[in-house]
Design a protein around this ligand. Structure first.
Ligand code: CAO
Length: 443
């Protein structure tokens, strides 16, 4: 057994650069080309490989030291000097060779230390970021320390990144591609494939429409863009089914008109929507699976014991969904007042982000406009949304004759991962029953 000093090899233009990670400890057995430390300049980081195999006897650098070519890194008990690298070249960051890839790919029988068992430097510059990600276990991700550091800085969970390098090693480009994918999905991590295309489908073509006639370009509003991203994300991630139904609201409508007449002086106007909100709460109580969210891993259902309902509001700048809280505890008059207030706030752009959070279920009512049915998109993390279209007089068979009844079209879209078709039909049937006889809402 011989002692050998290991120096920093030729590292190109890197001079007096900081050591940001020391990847080995005294007593570790290392193989030729195992990464010993990571150095970082203003522009790039680089791992320094070992030029010999052996047992680490003494460390001569620590995190924060500055090194150049020829600086002494450590002293080794050399087990096999014939394996010493002749060229002593450093591994560039774009093509790093971690210990695991060498011992696996080239049949090196040296017991290379497992990267996950290596101590993290106590004063690492990335410590603060690592603290934020302390619950994320990167140890099984196949990536070099510099790529791990890069991922930590961006807050990327490497376990979700697909590696495109040798033996599926994750490269810096893979991390960048993952971040691009996440951003294009409105900040929600999906199945990020490398190549910047989450769906694996051809990108939309960039077309010059002026070749066929006169055009003008209108910039999308911030709300349009944000809504578009969220709707796209939800459309892509959630397997949607839409159940259609109708509720006979003839009696409800007579009662509503009577209430409006009685309250004419106060100026308070009650629309069918507040009754629909109450019926939805009854439905959520009867079918609690609708008042739930899937956790991020899709393994648990979080059931809610509160009843906050989101209401889609059409504004000149686009669609927003403010949330009306504790609908179960409020009267029809209170809900009408609140609906009026939030719609006005939405149209005056005065809603705060908190006003649009925490909903259990959403209602999108196009009843004041028209249409017979539509397929609303689930407002994740909720699992269902009710679309309401314009009520219409229809001849309905009552067992003896066709009678004129006011029928309200309902379109319930739901997340099929959480809700079965049978429950979808039960829910709309239940809603129709409640709206058909609102006395039942009291029971
Ligand atoms: N059938 C028939 N008439 C209806 C109705 C229905 N289902 N729902 C409402 N109406 C009537 C109201 O009674 C009111 O009539 P009067 O003026 O004669 O009293 C009129 O239509 C207008 O109602 P409204 O739209 O002002 O009030 P609302 O409480 O029904 O809805 C709000 C409030 C904020 C939800 C609505 O104004 C709105 O913005 N809707 C659009 C939502 C949207 O864009 N959804 C699409 C999202 S993509 O899924």
């Amino acid at each position: 057994m011989a002692i050998q000093e290991i120096f920093v090899p030729d590292i190109g233009s890197f001079k007096d650069v900081e050591v940001i990670e020391v990847l080995v400890s005294v007593g570790d057995t290392i193989a030729v080309e195992d990464s010993l430390m990571t150095i970082e300049s203003d522009k790039a980081s680089m791992e320094i490989p070992s030029s010999a195999a052996g047992v680490v006897k003494e460390l001569k650098v620590k995190v924060g030291d500055r090194v150049s070519e020829g600086s002494l890194m450590l002293v080794l008990d050399v087990t096999d000097t014939s394996t010493t690298l002749s060229d002593r070249s450093a591994v560039p960051p774009s093509n790093p060779a971690p210990a695991r890839s060498l011992s696996e790919a080239e049949g090196n029988t040296q017991p290379a230390p497992k990267p996950e068992s290596r101590p993290q430097p106590a004063q690492s510059p990335t410590a603060a970021v690592q603290a934020d990600l302390k619950n994320v276990d990167f140890s099984k991700a196949y990536a070099t320390p510099s790529v791990r550091k890069f991922a930590r800085e961006l807050g990327v969970d490497l376990n979700k990144v697909t590696g495109s390098g040798r033996k599926k090693r994750i490269t810096q480009e893979d991390v960048k591609g993952y971040v691009k994918d996440v951003m294009s999905l409105g900040g929600v991590p999906g199945k990020a494939a490398s190549g910047g295309n989450t769906l694996g489908v051809a990108p939309m073509p960039d077309i010059d429409f002026s070749q066929w006639g006169e055009i003008e370009t209108v910039v999308l509003s911030r709300i349009n863009k944000l809504t578009g991203e969220f709707l796209h994300r939800n459309w892509v991630h959630i397997p949607h089914v839409t159940q259609f139904d109708q509720a006979d609201i003839t009696d409800l409508e007579a009662f509503r008109k009577q209430l409006n007449e009685e309250n004419a002086k106060s100026g308070m106007k009650i629309t069918p929507l507040v009754f629909i909100m109450k019926a939805v709460v009854a439905g959520l109580k009867a079918y609690p699976r609708f008042n739930a969210s899937l956790d991020a891993k899709g393994e648990n259902l979080i059931r809610k014991h509160y009843y906050h309902i989101g209401v889609a509001v059409d504004t000149p700048d686009g669609l927003v969904v403010p949330v009306i809280r504790d609908v179960d505890k409020k009267s029809i008059m209170q809900l009408s007042e609140e609906l009026k207030e939030v719609s006005a706030k939405a149209r005056d752009k005065k809603l705060k982000p908190a006003d649009m959070q925490g909903g259990c279920f959403s209602i999108s009512s196009l009843g004041g406009i028209g249409g017979t049915k539509f397929t609303p998109i689930v407002n994740a993390p909720e699992v269902a949304i009710l679309g309401v279209s314009k009520s219409e007089m229809q001849p309905v068979w009552n067992g003896k004759e066709f009678a004129p009844r006011l029928m309200l079209p309902l379109s319930l879209s739901y997340d099929h991962r959480v809700i079965d078709g049978a429950d979808g039909a039960r829910f709309t049937t239940y809603l129709a029953k409640m709206l058909g006889d609102i006395r039942r809402l009291l029971v």
